[in-house]
Design a protein around this ligand. Structure first.
Ligand SMILES: [Ca+2]
Ligand SMILES: [Ca+2]
Length: 196
C-alpha cells in the first residue's frame, strides 16, 4: 500500500512539473529566423542576407548567410552563438575582394566558449564554384577566457583597412591584442599585444 502511495505521489509530482513547465515552453520561440542585414559579401550584384536565428529558449542567437548561386538558395551557418551580437557589413581589409562581415557573439547560455568573433566574406575556392564563407579572422574563446570584447575599427593608419581589437579577461590578467590584415597570408594576424 505504502509503495502504491509513493508511486501515485511520484506521478502527481511529475505531472505537476510538466504543468509548471508548460507556460515557459509556450512563451519560448526557438528557431525563429530573422533577416537582420542585406550585405554584399561576394562580388556579384545580388545582395546576400544575414540571418539571426533564435536557437534556444535562453535566447541564444546563431548567424547564417543566405546566398543564391546557380539558381539555388544556399545557407551558410556561421560559428558561435550568443545573446549579445554585433554585426556590421564593411570594407574591412581594403582589398578588391568584396565587402566583409564583422560579427561578435557573446554571453551565450553555453558559457563563454559559445562565443565567436569573425571577419569573413564569401569567396569561391575554385573558379566556377559557388562562393562559401572565407574567414579572414576567427576567434573562439578558450576555456581560460572569463570575458571578451571585440571591435573592428581604424586602430592604425600604418595598415590599410580596419583592424580588430580584442580584449580578453584571463585568470589574473587582461590581454588586449590588435590584428591587421596580411595580404600575403590573406588573413588577419596579431601586430600588438598589451598584457596587464
Ligand atoms: Ca574586402
Ligand atoms: Ca588601418
Amino acid at each position: 500500500m505504502r509503495g502504491i502511495i509513493l508511486v501515485v505521489g511520484l506521478v502527481v509530482a511529475l505531472l505537476a512539473g510538466e504543468t509548471a513547465d508548460a507556460p515557459a515552453k509556450a512563451t519560448c520561440h526557438p528557431t525563429i529566423t530573422q533577416q537582420i542585414l542585406r550585405a554584399n559579401l561576394d562580388r556579384d550584384r545580388e545582395l546576400e542576407i544575414v540571418n539571426a536565428t533564435n536557437v534556444s529558449c535562453a535566447h541564444d542567437y546563431a548567424l547564417s548567410i543566405d546566398d543564391r548561386c546557380v539558381a539555388q538558395n544556399r545557407r551558410y551557418p556561421l560559428p558561435g552563438l550568443g545573446r549579445q551580437r554585433q554585426v556590421v557589413n564593411v570594407e574591412a581589409n581594403a582589398q578588391p575582394d568584396g565587402r566583409e562581415l564583422f560579427y561578435a557573439l557573446r554571453d551565450s547560455s553555453k558559457g563563454i566558449e559559445g562565443g565567436a568573433v569573425a571577419v569573413l566574406h564569401l569567396a569561391s575556392r575554385r573558379q566556377g564554384t559557388c562562393p562559401t564563407a572565407k574567414y579572414l579572422y576567427l576567434f573562439r574563446p578558450g576555456p581560460k577566457v572569463r570575458l571578451f570584447q571585440a571591435q573592428l575599427g581604424e586602430f592604425s593608419k600604418r595598415y590599410p583597412g580596419r583592424e580588430v581589437w580584442l580584449r580578453e579577461v584571463l585568470p589574473g590578467r587582461v590581454r588586449v591584442r590588435f590584428f591587421r590584415y596580411d595580404r600575403r597570408l590573406a588573413r588577419y594576424i596579431v601586430y600588438a599585444t598589451i598584457s596587464a
